[in-house]
Design a binder for this molecule. Structure first.
Ligand code: APR
Length: 237
């Protein structure tokens, strides 16, 4: 694929890009997420009902990040950002830090970040690499209780204004490793401007594959470096 060098690119990633790093995707056949029902751990109601369980669940997820390594797909996207002369926005639904570790900087975590906490009082967001519990206080206001900086079901994703503005004027939209079950991200492909090319890279066709002009089926660690090499006009690395 070739594009003008000033083309604007928006990339959306989902759990599939981190699967080969050893992080489980969400929509497994049993419908459970790491042995929990989503409504028991990933809703504001769950946090209100049983904060200890929710804190523990995200503490486990946060700790598990230490054991995983980024993969060739994360690295390829960081390389693309560095070498692409036009604008590039990477939007991820993932709450892991693998894109950050790979070096992506123009990066928006629309569903929040495991390694951050948010104050229930003043709303400040702070780095939070350690465990969190009902005694965790906000480092900014020093009084408020801190919750995981995660967008739970029923809450508004982060950065939507910036994302839709970028989609509207992009020349290429690529979705990688996302099943197309969760909105608004699943609808981004419909929000691109009339001149944009749209490509899906996934292990299997997603639920919204028909909305894309092109789809490539395979593993992210194969497909993403190949696409990046095509765009940059050189060999895969
Ligand atoms: N390479 C490419 N794609 C893969 C790979 C891989 N190695 N492994 C799995 N996939 C694909 C799966 O086929 C699936 O279509 O990645 C997709 C992952 O889908 P989900 O588990 O539904 O994850 P995602 O789309 O990111 O979920 C969206 O749902 O639960 C919420 O907030 C959570 O951000 C999450 C959102």
């Amino acid at each position: 694929m070739t594009l003008p060098r000033d083309a604007r690119i928006v990339i959306l990633t989902g759990a599939g890009i981190s699967a080969e790093s050893g992080l489980r995707t969400f929509r497994a056949a049993d419908g459970l997420w790491e042995d929990h029902r989503v409504e028991d751990v990933a809703t504001p109601e769950a946090f209100g009902r049983n904060p200890e369980l929710v804190y523990r669940f995200y503490n486990e997820r946060r700790r598990s990040l230490a054991a995983v390594q980024l993969n060739a797909a994360h690295l390829a996207l960081a390389r693309l950002e560095k070498e692409w002369p036009g604008e590039l926005l990477l939007v991820t639904q993932n709450v892991d830090d693998l894109h950050d570790r790979a070096g992506s900087r123009n990066l928006l975590h629309m569903h929040g970040e495991l390694l951050k906490g948010r104050c229930l009082g003043c709303g400040a967001v702070a780095d939070w690499p350690d465990d969190m519990d009902g005694h965790s206080r906000c480092p900014t206001c020093t009084r408020g209780l801190v919750r995981p900086h995660i967008v739970w079901f029923g809450e508004l994703p982060l950065g939507l204004e910036r994302i839709y503005a970028a989609l509207e004027c992009c020349n290429l939209f690529v979705a990688i490793g996302t099943s197309g079950h969760v909105y608004p991200a699943a609808g981004f492909v419909e929000a691109v401007g009339p001149r944009a090319r749209t490509v899906e890279l996934n292990l299997e066709p997603s639920r919204v594959v028909d909305a894309f002009q092109e789809h490539r089926v395979g593993r992210a660690t194969d497909l993403v470096p190949a696409l990046v090499a095509e765009l940059l006009g050189g060999p895969a690395f």
